[in-house]
Design a protein around this ligand. Structure first.
Ligand code: S3P
Length: 434
């Protein structure tokens, strides 16, 4: 699908971003493991979440309902069924990794696969510690690539320091730990998103943090069937936050956005760049803080330096922060972001390649980007690289170019934000998009 984006001067209006992707995956998985029927309100309806839903259905979980409210008939920790076919996790790394943790502790056999992009992404990072727990997993290149064959087994508790800053790895291990008798201790190298820990605590699991980096999960555990309300996704909101901050005019009000501190790097960094962002109506859903955000345009932004410790808090926002850097005075430097090369595309490469087509002054480091702000962008024919966050970042850059741009492969936004172009049309007054 090709989308044409016209230049704009202003982002104006209000919106509720779609449900948080990370929390939606966890809500479906943990509800399936509860002993009762669980209601989920505001689940993200996107291809990645559909991948998790279909895999859980393959494991015998029944999900009913439509619109905003879903009912998941939880089967308890030991109630899942052996699937009669391969489970396809599509484009979703979170689905593949979290389910690998879950399936390692089942008393049956499963095979997990994914799409062309996911079959190239590293799985060794979960397989190695899962094998230490006693998991029986095989796959291409000694289990470091999908498809993976998992023969469920009795798991042992684990004591493990994560070699990579990855919430997916941490979560896979915590989920596996639900099936291991005893205490599992995981030490994070940098603080990554903690939705799994918050959710498990909320559902009654004995899980504690010691200091900033150590997590202990004690078994036996059972998951309570608590109703879920999913916050708006700050990583989806980020595209519009940056657009509103860059825009010469306008005001954007985003409602019910998740502001878990492990995810709010985008707010802190945009403020450091000089953007006007204020936080209103703070409340909480299922142990997760949420708030409304007001972003005002017309401020001069300045370039910033972002280092390795900050990356986990903005791991999905690096491409859109690169776009923000293009409209800031001076240089923006992002380092310690080598993980971006292992996402749905090599995001350092794809964003550099495409923004350069618009005349941007941007270059890659092996682990980051350097962006020279202030260059005038011209419209261009751009490629999404099959990566939803690249497509959305390019669309925002295209709003502030001098003439129209075309984005090819724009349908990839379905992975995390199917209504993206519609909302973009509404907030910019471009009726051809909405
Ligand atoms: C996610 C964790 C992050 C993030 C991804 C979702 C999660 O990946 O990039 O979009 O839900 O746990 P890593 O933790 O592997 O970096």
């Amino acid at each position: 699908m090709e989308i044409v984006i016209q230049p704009t001067e202003k982002i104006e209006g209000q919106a509720r971003p779609p449900g948080d992707k990370s929390i939606s995956h966890r809500a479906l998985i943990f509800s399936s493991l509860a002993k009762s029927t669980v209601e989920i309100e505001g689940l993200l309806k996107s291809d990645d979440i559909l991948s998790t839903l279909r895999c859980l259905q393959g494991l015998g979980v029944t999900v009913e309902g439509e619109g905003e409210l879903l009912k998941v008939r939880g089967k308890g920790l030991d109630g899942l069924d052996e699937p009669d076919n391969i489970l396809n996790t599509g484009n979703s790394g979170t689905t593949a990794r979290l389910l690998a943790g879950l399936l390692s502790g089942q008393q049956f056999h499963t095979v997990l696969t994914g799409d062309n992009s996911l079959r190239k992404r590293p799985m060794g990072r979960i397989i190695e510690p899962l094998r230490k727990m006693g998991a029986l997993i095989d796959g291409r290149q000694n289990g470091s690539l999908l498809p993976l064959a998992i023969r469920g087994s009795e798991l042992l508790p684990l004591n493990y320091t994560l070699p990579v800053a990855s919430a997916q790895v941490k979560s896979a291990l915590l989920i596996a730990a639900l099936f291991a008798r005893g205490t599992t201790q995981i030490v994070d190298c940098y603080q990554t998103r903690d939705h799994t820990e918050r959710a498990l605590r909320h559902l009654g699991v004995d899980i504690k943090n010691y200091g900033k980096y150590t997590i202990c999960l004690r078994n036996p555990a059972g998951l309570r069937g608590e109703r879920w309300q999913i916050p708006g996704d700050i990583s989806a909101a980020a595209f519009f936050m940056v657009a509103a901050a860059i825009a010469p005019q306008g005001e954007l009000y985003l409602r019910e956005v998740g502001i878990n501190p492990t995810r709010t790097g985008i707010i802190d960094l945009l403020k450091e760049m000089g953007a006007h962002i204020s936080i209103h109506n703070v409340k909480g859903y299922n142990g997760e803080p949420i708030a409304d955000l007001l972003i005002k345009g017309g401020r001069a932004l300045r370039g910033i330096h972002i280092n390795k410790e900050t990356i986990p808090r903005i791991v999905d926002e690096v491409p859109i922060l690169a776009v923000a850097g293009l409209f800031a005075r001076g240089e923006t430097v992002i380092r310690g972001a080598g993980e971006l090369r292992l996402k749905e595309s090599d995001r350092l490469k794809s964003i550099t390649l495409e923004l350069k087509k618009m005349g941007a002054k941007i270059a890659e480091f092996p682990d980051g980007l350097i962006i020279q702000g202030g260059a005038k962008l011209s419209g261009a024919s751009l490629l999404s690289h099959g990566d939803h966050r690249i497509a959305m970042s390019l669309a925002i850059a295209a709003l502030f170019a001098q003439n129209e741009s075309v984005i090819k492969g724009a349908e990839t936004v379905r992975i995390s934000f199917p209504g993206f172009f519609n909302l973009l049309g509404k907030l910019t007054g471009q009726s051809s998009l909405s």
